[in-house]
Design a protein around this ligand. Structure first.
Ligand code: URP
Ligand code: ZN
Length: 459
């Protein structure tokens, strides 16, 4: 029987901060109380002057994502290992069926790819095409495969995006199946039109990427997705919200009583569009969608996060190597693979620039990074909190740990960090996944294949 007790820490959940020990046995939290008596032989981890947080839940990541040039830089092992190094013990990734492919077949293939993960994982099902057969299969995906969230892309029309009519079908199916629809909101046709116009004018470098995807096209698509969700009577989760226009649409809908949830990412909170002015194709590292916005959107996002209008912070982790992957778009910015690494530094960036600056409480950090994503995606209370019966996914957090983000030291399998040089203040001294110590004072003990698939029960 594997036993460990974390002593003398301050246990933080989304609602409470208490001095308590946490006793874990066989991968589960068994007791949370001060001065616990534990069986002889129990391993002891001293957390004096440290916080004890629930393991992070990153509900938006892309490991081993196929793209025109192969597959992105982190596979399920390296990507989840980087997550563990930063205190994220659960991910929700995506199944992206080919158009015409059976959803369940794509799900089975994705599960095989994810078998090497060292952290627990679940999947959202991306709906890349729509038919009555897809609708029927979705019922099986929910019932048999434990997938309870569907992703719709309003961008990327030619590959994985769907039109409004299909989105209505997806929303309607989700409502009937008690599943949640995630929407990537950018006006796909307008983005493509702007891209072609820029290329025709000889504007081919990465600095044109943000020009082709302005915030008002995100605002338009967010408002449209919300309207379609309202028509279908379904709740909606808007992924990677970046801008004031989208926040306005979400705020309006919520004030009118609609269930709309919003996610943002550390890069939208912390970076501004000056990154696209970097010379020598370096700006390609920041080519991700939606793009990094002008600075005035940042304050609106922080305020929305603090006020509870933005509900989760995920990473959209999707790394590509600068050396041989981003370069596929030299001479045509539309061919630069979209995405960047982020999973390792989500908690520490939010702690450094959110909690330490007084923008967020540590309870709010736990809420947006752990509890709320677990609740929204059917993983709570197994994940996302510290309670008797929860998985022993725990982060012993040293508020004084100092560091600097660098691609030379991070665990992401890529040669760039979009946060290069960012100072960090606070980080995990130890991480437990299912009761096993997977990080101990900088030593990562990631075990290939130790992660479990998390089927999510019917709501
Ligand atoms: O640029 C991004 N976000 N890449 C990942 C795929 C997506 O759009 O979520
Ligand atoms: Zn994404």
């Amino acid at each position: 029987m594997a036993r460990i007790v974390i002593r003398n820490g301050t246990v933080v959940t989304a609602t409470d901060r208490i001095r308590a020990d946490v006793y874990c046995e066989d991968g589960l939290v068994r007791a949370v109380a001060p001065d616990l008596e534990v069986p002889a032989g129990t391993a002891v981890l001293d957390a004096t002057d440290q916080l004890v947080l629930p393991g992070g839940v990153d509900a938006h990541v892309h490991m081993e994502l196929p793209f025109a040039g192969g597959v992105n830089a982190d596979d399920f092992f390296t990507g989840t290992a980087a997550g563990l190094a930063g205190g994220t013990t659960t991910i929700v990734d995506f199944v992206h069926p080919e158009r015409g492919q059976s959803l369940r077949e794509a799900f089975r293939a994705r599960r095989e790819e994810a078998a090497k993960a060292c952290a627990d994982h679940a999947f959202h099902m991306a709906i890349t095409w729509w038919s009555e057969a897809v609708r029927r299969e979705l019922a099986e995906v929910v019932r048999e495969d434990g997938v309870r969230s569907f992703k719709a892309y309003l961008a990327y029309r030619r590959t994985i995006g769907i039109d409004d009519e299909a989105l209505l079908g997806v929303l309607d199916a989700a409502r009937a199946l008690d599943a949640l629809v995630l929407a990537h909101c950018e006006h796909g046709a307008a983005v493509e039109w702007l891209q072609q116009r820029l290329l025709a004018e000889g504007k081919t470098g990465p600095e044109w990427h943000p020009v082709s995807r302005p915030s008002w096209l995100e605002g338009e698509a967010t408002g449209r997705a919300i309207a379609l969700a309202r028509a279908a009577g379904a709740p909606l989760y808007v992924v990677h919200v970046t801008c004031r226009e989208a926040l306005d649409a979400i705020d309006r809908a919520r004030r009118e009583g609609q269930l709309v949830w919003a996610e943002t990412c550390p890069h939208y909170l912390l970076l501004d569009d000056s990154v696209y002015r970097k010379p020598d194709f370096e700006a390609a590292a920041w080519v991700l969608s939606p793009p990094i916005r002008p600075r005035y959107h940042q304050e609106a996002l922080w305020a929305a996060l603090a006020a509870g209008l933005v509900h989760t912070v995920a990473t959209d982790h999707c790394p590509f190597r600068q050396a041989d992957q981003k370069t596929l778009g030299r001479g045509d910015f539309t061919r630069i693979p979209n995405g960047a690494a982020g999973i390792e530094h989500r908690l520490t960036l939010l702690y450094t620039y959110g909690v330490r600056t007084g923008r967020l409480t540590v309870e709010q950090l736990v809420d947006v990074c752990c509890t709320r994503p677990a609740r929204l995606f059917g993983l709570y209370p197994r994940k996302g909190t510290i309670a008797v019966g929860s998985d022993a996914d725990l982060v012993v957090w040293d508020p004084e740990q100092a560091g600097v983000v660098s691609a030379t030291t991070h665990h992401h399998a890529t040669d760039r960090s979009i946060f290069e040089g960012f100072a960090l203040h606070g980080g995990p001294s130890h991480v437990l996944a299912a009761g096993r110590v997977v990080l101990a004072r900088g030593e990562l003990r990631a075990e290939r294949g130790a992660g479990r698939y998390l089927g999510r029960a019917a709501g």
